[in-house]
Design a protein around this ligand. Structure first.
Ligand SMILES: [Zn+2]
Length: 283
């Protein structure tokens, strides 16, 4: 129950528990276009976040992919969440809205339906990003990603670029605060050349977007394009944190074992991508 003095007692549904020792600082009420009301609580807790380890042992680099949502150095290729049904429904409801007479009762009803579709789409995407970021923040001591501002999303066109950029930004923000909460290093590295550079020997080779394989002309190291990038991101992350292991590149200590394809559905249902599975053998 939310009691607002001079206003009302309002029954509410908590999406997350408020800790007992939290001091309530402010409440923000917001009405969504769907007609639902949301109350956001700003609280303060007198608690130190867990200390981040000086020498992180369990480290991961994540590359945001185009074909797959995220590709990490442990060989997970997490597939993008498929929201095409939700998007089709939204477009359909929007078309219906455009045929209604503005200001009429039916228009208002339809406008609300469109807003519900929007909210549904947003909720599903956020749910996916929350579960994925939870997984990385909890499972590892150090998480390295590419800095979004510098990340060349130019490889993608128009709508998909905006969508990928927005989702990536949300994912990074979630990942950052969750890492702080879990005592995990979060490092955003300079993404320049992460796909071109060889994770094994460091030599750069130009690579057009359609070349999905990294095959180094200098040392012969061959692996998946995104996987190679993920390792470069991790190496830069470890160096940036100054976490001792920078002397040897990670590839020397852990050679590729294969790629595990992780469907978005698994992330949503189990909360985490499965770790220990037989390599799919596709590479
Ligand atoms: Zn090489």
């Amino acid at each position: 129950m939310l009691s607002l003095s001079k206003l009302a007692d309002i029954p509410i549904r908590l999406h997350r528990e408020i800790p007992d020792d939290a001091i309530l600082k402010q409440v923000t009420l917001k009405k969504e276009p769907t007609g639902e009301w949301f109350a956001t609580f700003g609280v303060e807790v007198d608690r130190e976040p867990p200390k981040k380890p000086d020498r992180p042992k369990n480290t991961v680099g994540i590359d945001v992919g185009i074909l797959k949502y995220a590709h990490d150095t442990d060989g997970h290729a997490v597939e993008s969440i498929d929201l095409s049904d939700e998007r089709d429904r939204l477009e359909c409801e929007q078309r219906k809205l455009s045929r209604k007479e503005r200001g009429s009762n039916n228009y208002e009803k339809q406008r609300r339906r469109v807003a519900e579709c929007h909210a549904d789409l947003k909720r599903k995407r956020r749910d996916f990003l929350h579960k994925l970021s939870n997984y990385y923040a909890r499972e590892y001591d150090l998480v390295a990603v590419e800095d979004l501002d510098a990340k060349g999303l130019v490889e993608l066109g128009g709508n998909s670029r905006n969508r990928a950029g927005a989702a990536w930004g949300t994912f990074l923000r979630m990942l950052e605060y969750k890492c702080d909460r879990e005592g995990t290093h979060f490092v955003a590295v300079d993404p320049a050349g992460t796909t071109k550079e060889c994770a094994a020997c460091g030599v750069s080779t130009d690579k057009p977007l359609w070349v999905r394989e990294h095959s180094c002309p200098s040392c012969g190291f061959t692996t998946d394009r995104d996987w190679n990038a993920a390792w470069n991101i991790l190496s830069r992350g470890i160096k940036q944190v100054g976490a001792g292991r920078s002397e040897s590149t990670p590839v020397e200590t852990a050679l590729p074992t294969g790629t595990y394809s992780v469907p978005a559905k698994r992330v949503l249902e189990a909360g985490i991508p499965t770790l220990k599975r037989e390599p799919s053998g596709e590479r």
